[in-house]
Ligand binder design. Structure first.
Ligand code: FES
Length: 145
């Protein structure tokens, strides 16, 4: 049911953890399953993502997609990181079963939420980035959970 890459990233997730004083942190949740993902980005003065870590309280597919997403954005510019869509993450993992496609959205939204946080902290606007709708960084009371 799962590709070897999904199993590998689920069993040996890369870049798990936190970044102290991260440039941007995004926390997103899936209202249906209740799973939560937090992405930390360390972005240098040239706008290059130097480090990326994640914590996921969720299903195996969510762990695997967040692990792969962190690998994909590492070393990229902000604009390049925006191209790391859930589709790109799924392709890099050789696919996900249809019922698990929604899990990969958390990875994309987590990266976007972390970039949004970075942009907000620095008072900049990132072309093509919209406020992630599943961003729960500001607390669950603001959302319909
Ligand atoms: Fe919730 Fe996969 S079932 S993220």
């Amino acid at each position: 049911m799962y590709s070897e890459k999904v199993m590998d990233h689920f069993q040996h997730p890369r870049n798990v953890g936190e970044i102290e004083n991260a440039s941007g942190v995004g926390t997103v949740g899936n209202a249906k399953c209740g799973d939560i993902m937090r992405i930390y980005l360390d972005i240098d003065d040239d706008g290059i993502i130097r480090d990326c870590k994640f914590k996921t309280f969720g299903c195996g597919a969510a762990v695997a997609t967040s692990s792969m997403a962190t690998e994909l954005v590492m070393g990229k510019s902000i604009q390049e990181a925006l191209q790391v869509t859930n589709k790109a993450v799924m392709e890099a993992l050789d696919g996900l079963p249809p019922v698990k496609v929604h899990c990969s959205l958390l990875a994309e939204e987590g990266i976007h939420a972390a970039l949004w946080d970075y942009a907000t902290k620095h008072g900049i606007k990132i072309e093509g980035l919209e406020k992630p709708k599943n961003d729960i960084s500001e607390g669950l009371e603001d959302e319909d959970y």
